[in-house]
Design a protein around this ligand. Structure first.
Ligand SMILES: C[S@@+](CC[C@H](N)C(=O)[O-])C[C@H]1O[C@@H](n2cnc3c(N)ncnc32)[C@H](O)[C@@H]1O
Length: 231
């Protein structure tokens, strides 16, 4: 466990971690402007009945952070701490904001690994640099490429999974990870309200009681699905 000079045992109070998170959250505020620039591409995708953000190429979205909020990040950290999580998988790392919260928790839990996944090469590169800058590289492995490939091999058993990539893949990624979850593992998924329609099959799968999970949608940010794997 990392005890800081101030006798803190929460890495979110580590000045190195805080400095990177503060800077990235500030930079992410400009996402609104980035989305305005992408409006024509998004609109033409929607006209072709494609859902956003799948209708926009990862290359076009390469400057968009679309991160978890600070509250959501703290929720990720606290959930991972409460679980004593040592093995965490993340679908959709972007610039690494959510990864930093999860990695802080793993370090404070005494060590382990956060396996991240990012499709876009420049985002992957910057996420790796941010994690290094925060001093958390020892507990993170961000894998470049399609998560359906890069997450095929992950350490078992998983304590926690966080889903935040493109929404049409939540269910396939969950199915990929399910055999590796320990009983009592938690799966968190972002954007349930924003992408209500495309995520309905995902939410139904988890809330039906037929697939080994119990689950509830929490009103954190734009909807966070909190699911516990009961085995
Ligand atoms: C909403 S952002 C993730 C934000 C990040 N979790 C955070 O809080 O900072 C979604 C990311 O998922 C990535 N992504 C989308 N589909 C993916 C796939 N099949 N495999 C890996 N990454 C993917 C996108 O490139 C994008 O950067």
């Amino acid at each position: 466990m990392t005890k800081l000079e101030t006798n803190q045992i929460c890495s979110l109070r580590d000045p190195r971690v805080r400095a990177v998170l503060d800077r990235l959250h500030r930079a992410a505020r400009w996402d609104l402007l980035r989305f305005v620039r992408l409006a024509p591409t998004i609109a033409s995708g929607l006209l072709r009945r494609k859902t956003f953000p799948e209708s926009v190429s990862p290359e076009a979205m390469k400057d968009c952070y679309i991160p978890v909020s600070r509250d959501q990040g703290s929720f990720l950290y606290l959930t991972a701490r409460a679980l004593g999580a040592k093995r965490i998988v993340e679908f959709g790392t972007s610039f690494g904001i959510s990864t930093l919260y999860l990695a802080a928790a793993v370090r404070d839990n005494g060590g382990g690994i956060v396996i991240g996944s990012e499709l876009q090469p420049s985002k992957h590169q910057r996420a790796v640099a941010h994690i290094e800058e925060a001093g958390l590289a020892a507990v993170v492995d961000v894998r470049l490429g399609d998560a359906l490939e890069t997450l095929k091999e992950v350490p078992e058993p998983l304590d926690l999974a966080f889903l935040d990539g493109w929404k049409d893949l939540y269910l396939p990624v969950l199915e990929l990870l399910k055999p590796r979850l320990r009983p009592g593992a938690v799966v968190l998924a972002d954007n349930i309200f924003t992408f209500r329609k495309s995520l309905r099959p995902y939410v139904e799968y988890l809330q039906s009681g037929r697939n080994g999970f119990e689950s509830v949608t929490l009103r954190i940010s734009d909807g966070t699905e909190y699911s516990c794997y009961l085995g």
